[in-house]
Write a protein that binds this ligand. Structure first.
Ligand code: HEC
Length: 152
């Protein structure tokens, strides 16, 4: 009798142990699933961002916040002597712009066009190296926006 009880008890403990294991396992799965969802979400976000890598709307925001202090979007030279950026894509390639925007002064050391541009400025103001243009993503977006500045 005692032996049977012990056997039952062992079975019970074994089941309880299994249940606990399953519970832990399940919650572990839940965490893993959560992680998966998060990863998938951030994957989506990254995918979205990659898509936005050529987002002229975002580029426009950057332009409105930073570039507009010195540049006009028509043909006219601004009050500080910065060239109007309408049709700027006819003057430069995206690759040229990418380097110019990253660091105008450094680029001017190796690029004649950039140097000439700086030297031609009657006000002696050189376009600064902008912290906002240190992200290739932002440069792409701004360049995409510059493409929309087409005149007739
Ligand atoms: C503090 C003033 C200033 C700001 C801010 C500025 N620029 Fe400039 N930019 C200039 C000046 C001045 C020039 C003319 C070249 C020189 O003297 O450096 C220039 C030249 C350029 C050129 C070449 C234009 C041409 O006709 O060949 C482009 C393109 C340009 N800037 C884009 C931008 C963009 C995009 C931004 C914003 C992310 C920006 N700039 C922010 C002052 C500025």
């Amino acid at each position: 009798m005692r032996k049977i009880w012990a056997g039952e008890m062992r079975k019970f403990l074994y089941m309880a142990f299994l249940l606990i294991l399953m519970e832990v396992g399940l919650s572990g799965d839940a965490v893993a699933a959560d992680k998966l969802v998060t990863t998938a979400k951030s994957g989506q976000a990254t995918a979205g961002k990659t898509k936005a890598a050529v987002n002229p709307e975002y580029g426009k925001e950057i332009f409105k916040n930073i570039c507009i202090h010195c540049h006009r979007t028509d043909y006219d030279v601004s009050a500080v002597g910065a060239p109007g950026l309408r049709d700027v894509m006819d003057r430069h390639t995206p690759e040229w712009l990418n380097q110019w925007l990253t660091n105008p002064a450094i680029f001017a050391k190796k690029d004649k066009t950039a140097r000439a541009l700086i030297e031609a400025n009657p006000y002696g103001l050189t376009m600064p190296t902008l912290p906002e243009m240190q992200s290739s993503q932002s440069r792409k977006d701004v360049i995409e926006f510059l493409k929309t500045l087409k005149g007739d």
